[in-house]
Design a protein around this ligand. Structure first.
Ligand code: CA
Ligand code: CA
Length: 436
C-alpha cells in the first residue's frame, strides 16, 4: 500500500514536474512532491527511497527540460509574408529553411520568384513577387521584331540584332553606317581583344569602328570623308578627300599641289618653275590648274593708224601724219594684261589699276577719263577713279569658272580740257574651274 502510494507520489511529482518544467518551476515541483509525501508516510524506509527518487527526478528533469528549452538555439524566423494581390500564398511557416510559394489568379501572371526561402539570416530569398495583369506587353510596345519581356512594374524589349533602344526603335551600329566601308576587306581589321575580369574587351585601332555582332565583331574603317562631308567648320579637304584604311588624305586636281596644311590646294606655277612648253615668241601665262602660251597681237593697221610692238605686252602707235586727226584720236598705246582668277571670286573685287605718269620735267595731264570700251562681258565690270591719276577696274559679279573674259578699258588724258592722248588696256581674265 505504502509502495503504491509512493509510486503514485512519484508519478504525480513527475507529471507535475514535466507539466511545469516549461515554466521553469523547480520550486513548485519540489513543494508538490513534499506535500504528497507528507500525506502518505507509513513506512519510512520505503518513503525515503521513493521520495529521494522523486526529488531527484523532480529536480533534474525540469532542469534538463528547461535547460534544453532555454539554451538550445531558437529557430530563426523571417518576417511574415502576405499573398500577392490577385494571388495566393502556400506555406505558413516562417522559420529558417522553410519555403513559401506563390501563384496568381487567372488573368494574372507572376513577376518575381515563385518560391522564397527563409534564410539563415532571417530574411527571405529573392524579391517580392507580384501578380500582374497579362496585358503589360499586349500593346506590342517593342518595334522592329523586338520581344516584350515582363519586369516588375515595367516591361523590357529584347531587341533583335541591329536594333536597340527601349522599344528597339534605333538601328544600332552593328548595321554598317553609311560612312563605313564594308565592301572592301582592305578596310577591315580584326579587333584587339583582351580578357579583363573574365570579360572580353575588344577595341579597334584609331580610324576604325567596331561593327558586327558581339560574338563576331570586326573593326571597319571610318570613312572620314563621308562623316565630315557636311561639317559646318569647313570640309576636310578643299578639293577631294581620299578615304584610306584607318585614315584619309586630301588630294588636289591636276596642276595643283597640296599645301602643308594637308587640306588646301595651290596652283603650280608652270611658268615660274619652267614646266611649260611655250615656244619661242610666246609668253607663258600661269593660270589656275594650267598655263597658257600667249602672243598678243597689236591692232591691225587701219587708215593712217598702225602699231608696233615694243614689248611682249605693249604696242605703240606709229607717229601720225600731222593732218590726221583720226590717228591722233586712236589709242597711243595698247597694253595687254592677263589675270588668273579663281572661280566665284567674292565681289566687288578690284582687278586692275590704270594710271598715268608724266615724264620727268614735263607737266602731265591735268585730268583723266576712264571708261570701258570693249570686251565680251562689260556688264560684269565698272570702272571708277580711285584717285586723281588712277582708275580701277572692279568686278561686280562673280565669275564662274572655267571661262575667259575680255574687257578693254581706256584712259584719255586731257590738259586744259584739250584731248591729249588715249591709252587702251586689254585685260584678259582667265577663270579657273575651282574656287581656290
Ligand atoms: Ca578612313
Ligand atoms: Ca598653273
Amino acid at each position: 500500500m505504502l509502495f503504491v502510494h509512493s509510486l503514485l507520489s512519484l508519478f504525480l511529482s513527475l507529471s507535475l514536474s514535466l507539466s511545469l518544467s516549461l515554466a521553469h518551476s523547480l520550486f513548485l515541483s519540489l513543494s508538490c512532491s513534499l506535500s504528497f509525501s507528507l500525506l502518505l508516510t507509513p513506512s519510512w524506509s520505503l518513503f525515503f527511497l521513493t521520495h529521494f527518487l522523486s526529488l531527484v527526478l523532480s529536480f533534474f528533469l525540469p532542469f534538463f527540460l528547461s535547460h534544453y528549452m532555454f539554451f538550445s538555439p531558437a529557430p530563426h524566423t523571417c518576417p511574415a509574408l502576405e499573398a500577392p494581390e490577385h494571388g495566393r500564398k502556400f506555406g505558413s511557416k516562417f522559420f529558417t529553411g522553410h519555403e513559401v510559394h506563390f501563384t496568381c489568379s487567372q488573368g494574372y501572371h507572376l513577376v518575381g520568384p515563385a518560391t522564397r526561402l527563409c534564410q539563415e539570416d532571417g530574411t527571405w530569398s529573392g524579391a517580392n513577387a507580384i501578380c500582374k495583369d497579362v496585358s503589360e506587353c499586349a500593346s506590342n510596345p517593342c518595334q522592329n521584331g523586338g520581344t516584350c519581356v515582363e519586369g516588375i512594374n515595367q516591361y523590357k524589349c529584347t531587341c533583335p540584332q541591329n536594333w536597340s533602344g527601349s522599344h528597339c526603335q534605333h538601328q544600332t551600329q552593328t548595321a554598317p553606317p553609311e560612312w563605313s566601308v564594308t565592301n572592301d576587306p582592305a578596310f577591315s581589321r580584326r579587333p584587339r581583344c583582351a580578357k579583363v575580369d573574365h570579360a572580353q574587351h575588344c577595341s579597334c585601332d584609331a580610324g576604325f569602328h567596331m561593327s558586327g555582332t558581339s560574338d563576331n565583331s570586326i573593326c571597319q574603317d571610318v570613312n572620314e570623308c563621308e562623316v565630315y562631308k557636311t561639317e559646318r567648320g569647313g570640309q576636310l579637304c578643299v578639293y577631294a578627300c581620299v578615304n584610306v584604311p584607318g585614315s584619309y588624305h586630301c588630294s588636289c586636281p591636276q596642276g595643283y599641289r597640296l599645301l602643308s596644311d594637308g587640306r588646301s590646294c595651290e596652283d603650280v606655277d608652270e611658268c615660274l618653275t619652267q614646266q611649260h612648253n611655250c615656244s619661242h615668241g610666246t609668253t607663258c601665262i600661269n593660270t589656275g590648274g594650267t598655263f597658257q602660251c600667249v602672243s598678243p597681237e597689236c591692232p591691225r593697221p587701219y587708215a593712217n593708224v598702225s602699231y608696233v610692238k615694243t614689248s611682249p605686252f605693249q604696242c605703240e602707235r606709229n607717229p601720225c601724219p600731222m593732218d590726221s586727226r583720226s590717228c591722233h584720236l586712236a589709242a597711243k598705246t595698247v597694253s595687254f594684261h592677263y589675270l588668273s582668277l579663281p572661280s566665284n571670286l567674292q565681289t566687288p573685287a578690284t582687278l586692275f589699276r590704270m594710271a598715268t605718269a608724266s615724264a620727268p620735267g614735263r607737266p602731265g595731264p591735268d585730268s583723266l577719263r576712264f571708261s570701258i570700251v570693249g570686251g565680251n562681258a562689260r556688264s560684269l565690270f565698272v570702272m571708277q577713279r580711285s584717285d586723281r591719276q588712277t582708275g580701277e577696274l572692279i568686278l561686280v559679279q562673280p565669275l564662274q569658272g572655267p571661262q575667259e573674259v575680255n574687257v578693254d578699258m581706256d584712259m584719255a588724258e586731257y590738259a586744259e580740257r584739250n584731248f591729249q592722248a588715249k591709252h587702251v588696256a586689254k585685260v584678259h581674265i582667265l577663270v579657273s574651274p575651282y574656287n581656290f
